[in-house]
Write a protein that binds this ligand. Sequence first.
Ligand code: SF4
Length: 258
Amino acid sequence: MSTVIYPSPIFGPIHSRRLGISLGINLLPADGKVCSFDCIYCECGFNADHRPKQKMPTREEVATALEKKLVEMHNDDVHPDVLTFAGNGEPTSHPHFAEIIDDTIRLRNKYCPDAKVSVLSNATFCGRKSVHNALMRVDNNILKLDTIDPIYINKVDRPTGHYNVEEVIEHLKAFNGHVIIQTMFMKGDINGFNVDNTGDLYVAPWLEAVKRIKPMEVMVYTIDRETPAHGLLKATHEELDSIRDKVTAAGIPCTASY
Ligand code: SF4
């Protein structure tokens, strides 16, 4: 199994399918994974297999490392399209997430004003005022909503604490359109549970929730790397295109990544 644990607090730049030349900012420890979900498709692996011994980087460590890397890239004439908060778990779980966003915006404005600041999050903490307000300040507030079916969520996303999908939908609505919904579609069978969420059974109620949220965009995608759970299959191009077309028919821009 070749899941990935990323360096911390800065990794890359890497070329992202969805985001372009992306400099990664990882607010989780460098030696393991910390997430409020434990997705069966997580490219970092299962939480239990990667318990970290190190701490999260401090706000100061993140700002120092980010500035050093941006100066280096500037001197090399490499210009990031995006500074992306992602990595070994849930970025908004960092206790100084909001302040780190402010530091990042300041450094972006100084060294690469054309770059976007993106956050990839599972949305579990976006109801917290400081997290909500910080996410309102970033360019791409990309929040996960794989389905609205509680059984599927418990089998596939596997929240580690309280998670009520209706509450999450309300939190997503509260961004008043300043949110991009990202949804993983896949197929396969895990311990007798069919994880295929590409059919109308899952897509129709998910689409109704998306319409209520009124995001600026939706990103649908599928498995791209090795997953910790065995038996997962990619959604096909046709399936993703069909879902994308349903979203765009509802008047919401949507991209599909295969
Ligand atoms: S939310 Fe993201 S980081 Fe967390 S377990 Fe799921 S895929 Fe991994």
